[in-house]
Design a protein around this ligand. Structure first.
Ligand code: ZN
Length: 146
């Protein structure tokens, strides 16, 4: 199972669930993926992982504290854990889609309600967030081909 953030040529973002990367490519080349909003089949996969905005005091602590005992996980276990994280984020965080960077900035500056959000951000947007010390956490999508 892979989950991709997809977008149509009209800029509608949506999520696509596929049995695997080949299944996605097959459906894409057969024009069988349609935007749920406008039905467009000009679909592109957003190349980045989902990003989660963190409050400052919830930001991940630096790895200097006594390290959690490292465990060996199989790729299947890692994938399952990622899917769980993805579900948790989807159920508990407001989806702001491609406006993640903009919204994270508004929250940081007090222009929007402080709330957990998730969405997508381009590498350039993430760089800008880093430059302004706006905390966020990248959550990789459970996919194996990237
Ligand atoms: Zn659309």
């Amino acid at each position: 199972m892979v989950i991709y953030d997809l977008t149509c040529d009209n800029g509608h973002g949506f999520e696509g669930w596929f049995s695997g990367p080949e299944n996605y490519r097959e459906q894409l080349s057969g024009n069988r993926i349609a935007c749920p909003v406008c039905n467009s089949t000009a679909i592109t996969k957003l190349p980045h992982a989902c990003a989660v905005h963190m409050k400052k005091d919830e930001a991940p602590s630096p790895p200097s504290r006594p390290a959690v005992k490292s465990v060996t996980a199989t790729p299947e276990q890692l994938k399952e854990a990622l899917i769980r994280v993805h579900h948790y984020v989807r159920d508990n965080f407001e989806d702001v889609g491609p406006h993640f960077a903009q919204e994270a900035r508004r929250i940081q500056e007090g222009d929007a309600d402080e709330r957990p959000i998730h969405g997508t951000a381009t590498p350039e947007e993430r760089e800008a967030l880093d430059d302004d010390s706006i905390p966020y956490l990248m959550v990789p999508k459970p996919e194996l081909d990237s």
